[in-house]
Design a protein around this ligand. Structure first.
Ligand SMILES: [Zn+2]
Length: 427
């Protein structure tokens, strides 16, 4: 009864504590680690640096000969391990006694390399060819802030990579406990509803898009098509759409003045359409801060920029255009870097890639729209200032529905703040 009604996680802890208190048992963690056979009978893997000598047995390769590199002149027949049949790779001399001997032709499971390659990526191989990686560089670059991969790696690869990291830490090669801070598993790419795969022959070659439209179009299409965690349906028309947006971004830049700091705009003097354009632009900037730091829903950010672009096109104030581009190129730079750098270099000397402060003033609504109904039926809308009094609102409302209330007796006037006005009439 003591444990009834608890959540199972709480109950587990409580029951364990009870057993420990009563000296009936204690908490232990069970690992299901098993031995791992890492040898593979294939070419594509890191060679094992061992030599089989008839006299000395299995001998490690001499350090001066490390790393053992795969031969590049192999014949891939699709049958067996080509290293088995490679004369100069297989036949060698024993590092110990110098007699003719044979090199190990099994290679290592590729999971071995993927378990520590991130440390290698941190290493400047030109400055130090002797070491695979260094503690200092690993300290500087690691852990990986944001790890992106397929869901199929969520178990094995990540488990092995963490295991290697902890072993290397215990051996003193790195000061790192966990290799990856965040994980994002991206969705699959579908074509006509099916998973793209070489065997099905329904793959799309991104190089072809890059060739025809440029890399930015490929990037914009992919990030706009779906949030990265979801599946992405390939769509040639949408690729075309992404290309058109980039083209429009280029063409409309003729509306922008060159400047090296953001233009100061007197918001109160703007027309309604100019104000809307500014608001859309700053909404995109606000969204960018959220999307890049936590949400990663790049598609919503791109949609926001497209809305801002449309709103800009509804007006022709060059200052509003210039501010808009200052911000839009800033926001889009990680998504379509080539285009943004080129435009930004020409227009703003890249100064807009620094932090931009949000102008809160643009979010203040200077009018609001109220629906006006007569006997509960929608008849019209009015624009009022947020500071308008009830009397002012009623006056405007009645004027707007004059033809429905003319000659009738108004028996009730209802103002629902920020929403609507209802006029009740009789006769
Ligand atoms: Zn030997």
């Amino acid at each position: 009864d003591t444990f009834s009604g608890m959540k199972s996680t709480e109950a587990k802890a409580a029951i364990t504590a009870f057993f420990e208190k009563e000296n009936l048992g204690k908490e232990v963690v069970n690992y299901k680690l098993k031995d791992w056979g890492i040898s593979r009978q294939r070419y594509w893997g890191a060679p094992m640096p061992f030599i089989k000598c008839e006299t000395c047995g299995i001998v490690p390769e001499d350090k001066s000969n490390l790393p053992v590199a795969l031969p590049e002149d192999v014949e891939i027949t699709g049958e067996g391990n080509p290293l088995e049949h490679h004369p100069t790779f297989k036949n060698c001399h024993c590092p110990k006694c110098g007699q003719p001997a044979q090199r190990e032709t099994d290679t290592m499971d590729t999971f071995i390399q993927s378990s520590w390659y991130f440390l290698r990526y941190c290493h400047d191989v030109t400055s130090d060819v002797k070491r695979a990686f260094t503690k200092e560089e690993s300290q500087y670059w690691m852990p990986v802030d944001h790890y992106i991969g397929g869901i199929e790696h969520a178990i094995l690869h990540l488990l092995y990579a963490r295991f290697f990291t902890k072993v290397l830490r215990d051996l003193g090669y790195i000061d790192l406990d966990e290799p990856f801070t965040n994980l994002l598993t991206q969705g699959m790419v579908l074509k006509d509803g099916a998973k793209m795969s070489k065997s099905k022959g329904n793959t799309v070659d991104p190089d072809a898009i890059v060739e025809k439209y440029g890399a930015d179009t490929a990037r914009l299409f992919i990030l706009f098509a779906a949030p990265p965690k979801q599946e992405l349906e390939w769509n040639d028309n949408a690729v075309e759409g992404a290309f058109r947006f980039i083209k429009r971004l280029f063409e409309r830049s003729s509306m922008v003045d060159t400047m090296q700091e953001i233009v100061i705009i007197d918001h109160a003097t703007l027309t309604k359409k100019e104000k809307i354009a500014r608001k859309k632009v700053y909404e995109a900037l606000k969204r960018a801060q959220e999307v890049y730091s936590e949400k990663h829903t790049f598609n919503t950010l791109i949609a926001g920029v497209m809305e801002a672009m449309n709103a800009l096109q509804e007006q022709d104030n060059r200052n509003v255009w210039s501010e808009g581009y200052w911000i839009m190129l800033h926001v889009l730079e990680p998504i379509i870097p080539h285009v943004c750098w080129e435009l930004s270099q020409n227009l703003f000397a890249l100064k807009n890639f620094q932090t931009i402060e949000i102008c809160e003033e643009v979010f203040v609504e200077d009018t609001m729209t109220l629906g006006v109904s007569v006997n509960g039926k929608n008849r019209n809308e009015i624009e009022v200032s947020p500071s308008a009094t009830k009397e002012e609102i009623l006056l405007l409302a009645k004027q707007s529905v004059q033809k429905w209330i003319d000659g009738k007796t108004v028996v009730k006037e209802i103002v629902v703040p920020n929403k609507l006005v209802n006029i009740v009439i009789k006769g």
